[in-house]
Design a protein around this ligand. Structure first.
Ligand code: AMP
Length: 415
């Protein structure tokens, strides 16, 4: 099936041609007709499979047709909410490209920067608004945004948006939307509890799946080095040397860890930059741009950059630690191997993380290849069952403390 067989209007077809998209991807083939038909949709698609266009194209089309000969200022008719600022910016950039030959006006709002230019854009009138939840609620409270004309509501990375960290904000936003609306929830991973919650918000949703939920793109080769905690730094140097000048997106679980790794790499003359929630929005955008432009070899990121971010032809993702939430692994490695390109995911695993690799393998239903040619093999023993139990207990406690703190500091929490 081609785009021109999908009843897509000429101005959008022309924009897709400019983008050199030859045919719709699987998620686009399934979702576009449903969205055009006015159905609610719950979509699971691997990262990098064209999810954004799957909802953006029919939204642009429906507003363009609805408001073809409008006079006066547009009102916000579609709202797209995403967990991170980078993803919000990226979605708005895609909308800009797909809608360039239509009447659509669009903008993006997110926290961490002054609100002035965002408010100016809103005042000029917007059809499609992409937002992170914090800034959205803030500008609603200040009276700059009215959601009463929303026809289509999109929750991207829906599983993340409906979990503990965001659910309060999302509930508030949903309360402000008109009852009569179309809702589209998309994500690469959809845990069952989230599917159940989604069903309460969506109306008779049609389910679309571009591939098995939580599967990793077939184009990504996955490897794991088993090593010791104390050898990780040296092993990383070894891996980076082996990859010669290839660019690497490197994930660290903590912001502090990300800073430390970037600092160490710079000390050994490897051009590195860090992106995480403690950096200013300008620093975050600069780091991402420098990496996308090829001016930085290693971008060290926390999971803030794990979702949705599209880095053209990125070949290598390295996990400096194995995520303790297996879904995060899927999102992280999905930064490479996008749109059918080849990708490689390399995980560096210390004894305490062996269990996480097992959890990831269970989720993706695949055995990750162990690299034998490893100058720093794991010699320390993994924990005993009793130690593991104790450790799990402490982990739970840390998690509870984390969420208690986060809720306490909600006002300051940056998105
Ligand atoms: P997404 O999953 O929406 O982040 O898209 C991943 C990448 O695929 C982006 O670089 C898109 O520009 C690209 N893409 C989306 N749809 C198509 C298509 N039909 N053909 C080729 N590339 C596409």
């Amino acid at each position: 099936m081609k785009f021109n067989e999908m009843q897509i209007i000429e101005p959008i077809l022309k924009a897709l041609k400019d983008k050199k998209y030859e045919e719709p991807t699987s998620i686009q083939k399934q979702a576009i007709p449903l969205v055009m038909n006015g159905d609610d949709v719950i979509g699971s698609a691997q990262t990098g499979t064209g999810k954004t266009a799957a909802f953006a194209i029919p939204i642009i089309q429906s507003i363009h047709l609805m408001d073809g000969r409008r006079k006066g200022k547009p009102r916000i008719k579609s709202l797209i909410v995403t967990p991170t600022r980078e993803l919000a910016i990226q979605i708005d950039e895609n909308i800009k490209e797909y809608s360039k030959y239509t009447i659509i006006r669009h903008t993006v709002i997110f926290g961490g920067v002054k609100q002035g230019s965002q408010v100016d854009a809103l005042k000029r009138g917007v059809d499609i608004l992409t937002a992170t939840p914090g800034r959205l609620l803030d500008l609603i409270n200040q009276g700059y945004i009215n959601l009463s004309n929303i026809k289509i509501f999109v929750l991207d990375e829906a599983d993340r948006m409906l979990d503990m960290g965001f659910i309060h904000d999302i509930r508030k936003i949903i309360e402000l939307l008109p009852q009569k609306r179309q809702s589209l929830f998309f994500s690469a991973t959809m845990p069952n509890n989230i599917v159940n919650l989604s069903r309460k918000i969506l109306r008779n949703p049609k389910k679309v799946e571009a591939s098995a939920v939580s599967s990793t793109a077939e184009t990504i080769k996955q490897f794991v080095y088993y090593t010791n905690k104390s050898d990780k730094k040296n092993l990383l140097q070894y891996i980076l040397n082996k990859l010669e000048n290839e660019q690497v997106l490197l994930f660290s679980r903590t912001k502090h860890g990300a800073n430390k790794i970037a600092k160490n790499l710079k000390k050994s003359k490897i051009n590195a930059s860090a992106i995480h929630g403690d950096r200013s929005q300008n620093q975050r955008q600069k780091a991402l741009k420098d990496f996308k432009d090829g001016n930085v070899r290693v971008l060290v990121a926390t999971d803030i950059a794990a979702r949705g971010i599209d880095i053209h032809k990125l070949k290598y993702v390295v996990n400096y630690d194995v995520p303790n939430v297996p879904e995060d692994y899927v999102h992280r490695i999905g930064r490479s191997g996008r749109a059918g390109e080849d990708g490689n995911a390399i995980s560096i695993c210390e004894p305490e993380e062996n269990i996480y690799i097992r959890e990831v393998e269970k989720l993706i239903n695949l055995k990750i290849e162990v690299v034998k040619d490893n100058p720093f093999p794991q010699t320390e023993k993994p924990m005993s069952n009793a130690e593991k139990k104790q450790w799990e207990k402490e982990k739970q406690k840390r998690k509870q403390e984390f969420f208690a703190n986060r809720n306490k500091n909600r006002g300051n929490y940056r998105r």
